[in-house]
Design a protein around this ligand. Structure first.
Ligand SMILES: NC(=O)C1=CN([C@@H]2O[C@H](COP(=O)(O)OP(=O)(O)OC[C@H]3O[C@@H](n4cnc5c(N)ncnc54)[C@H](OP(=O)(O)O)[C@@H]3O)[C@@H](O)[C@H]2O)C=CC1
Ligand SMILES: CC[C@](O)(C(C)=O)C(=O)O
Ligand SMILES: [Mg+2]
Ligand SMILES: [Mg+2]
Length: 348
């Protein structure tokens, strides 16, 4: 499929012009998963970066160690032409309120996810551009693939274009963080927000973990060993997903045995059946009508009682303890530990 056969424009390096960002200062607010990756990638692409962090932020030392300038979010926004808002979605409205006065006409307010704009939690002032550059990948992969030269695919969207250059600038930013190497798809804040939330809830994060836990429990409850259950439903999942990632469903089906292909094709839809599809449609509806967004906003206003309870329950699931023991036993444990350390550093 060539690019002009896609339903939406897809941009690569040659479609971007670094001049749109080259002489600008970018304030990256937050130094977490996305923040550390955007800030370091932009910096190494030659863009002037200032990281905006709270005075008492534990991440200040890490950002400085990575060779970046650090200021408070307000100071960073004051000196920047582009303000990239990479603090958690739940704190973005308060951070925006604090920096709004620092945004001058012609500046850009940029996001990596459209939640707050789409659901009206941030109403950006007139006179500024409002854009999105959303890598379709966790932040530590955005960083790692920039370093390895591959880049991760991303999305660009424009919500407000006062300068007439919002899209070009967003594309230059996408290129500077490595996304244009892999391809950047044009979308809208609405489409990115709704598909991102649906994807992470129904399939990527929610659906997959529920499938793994239920599969594990079914095997263990039937008397099989926890170790066997762990390998069968969790460890091997990565290997199967890697094949799908590399060559689609077809490459995976071609690689597994005919027995697995027949069993999978006849039993998969029994497990994820019409009822599961209807549940997925309901999840999508709650994203589209704002019910999920309201629930998440209210949950945060109440200091996350349900989130904390579910978070704790998930961490204490038996499969976590089995996995920790097993990962220590095998040779890939060392590599995993490095990854875990990297993620832990990012989370700090
Ligand atoms: N996680 C991901 O991979 C992806 C995230 N996104 C989007 O990117 C955005 C950022 O998400 P993510 O990277 O996960 O965020 P993180 O949770 O990793 O952000 C943590 C950073 O935000 C800072 N922070 C937290 N609260 C405040 C505050 N009140 N004031 C100032 N700074 C604060 C933290 O500071 P401190 O260091 O002081 O604790 C830390 O540096 C979101 O819009 C998200 O939806 C999009 C694609 C993927
Ligand atoms: C899949 C989760 C994600 O949407 C992401 C890494 O893209 C997120 O919000 O973290
Ligand atoms: Mg996502
Ligand atoms: Mg998301």
């Amino acid at each position: 499929m060539s690019d002009d056969e896609f339903t939406q424009p897809v941009y690569h390096e040659e479609d971007t012009n670094p001049d749109y960002i080259a002489d600008k200062t970018v304030a990256v607010l937050g130094y977490g998963s996305q923040g550390h990756a955007h800030a370091q990638n932009l910096h190494e692409s030659g863009v002037d970066v200032v990281v905006g962090l709270r005075e008492d932020s534990a991440s200040r030392a890490a950002a400085k160690e990575d060779g970046l300038r650090v200021a408070t979010p307000v100071e960073a926004a004051a000196e920047a032409d582009v303000v990239s808002v990479l603090v958690p979605d739940t704190v973005q409205p308060a951070v925006y309120a604090a920096i709004e006065d620092e945004l001058e006409a012609g500046n850009t307010l940029q996001f990596a996810h459209g939640f707050n704009i789409h659901y009206g939690q941030i109403e950006p002032k007139d006179g500024i551009d409002v854009t999105m550059v959303a890598p379709k990948s966790p932040g530590h992969i955005v960083r790692r693939t920039y370093e390895s030269g591959e880049g991760t695919p991303g999305l660009v969207a424009v919500y407000q274009d006062e300068t007439g250059e919002a899209k070009e600038e967003a594309l230059a930013y996408a290129s500077a963080i490595g996304c244009a190497r892999a391809g950047v798809i044009q979308t809208s804040f609405k489409e990115e927000t709704e598909t991102d939330l649906f994807g992470e809830q129904a399939v990527l994060c929610g659906g997959v973990t529920s499938l793994v836990k239920q599969g594990y429990e079914v095997l263990v409850d039937a008397g099989y060993s926890p170790e066997m259950a762990y390998f069968e439903v969790l460890n091997e999942l990565k290997l199967i997903v890697d094949l799908m990632y590399e060559g689609g469903l077809g490459e995976m089906w071609d690689s597994v045995s005919d027995t697995a292909e027949f069993g999978g094709l006849t039993r998969g839809d029994v497990v994820v059946d019409e009822g599961a599809r209807e549940n997925m449609e309901e999840v999508l509806e709650q994203v589209q009508n704002g019910e999920f967004a309201q629930e998440w906003i209210t949950e945060n206003q109440a200091n996350r009682p349900r989130f904390n309870q579910l978070h704790e329950r998930e961490r204490n699931h038996e499969i976590e303890e089995v996995g920790e023991r097993l990962r220590e036993l095998f040779e890939w444990a060392e590599e995993e530990t490095e990854d875990e350390q990297e993620r832990a550093e990012v989370r700090q």
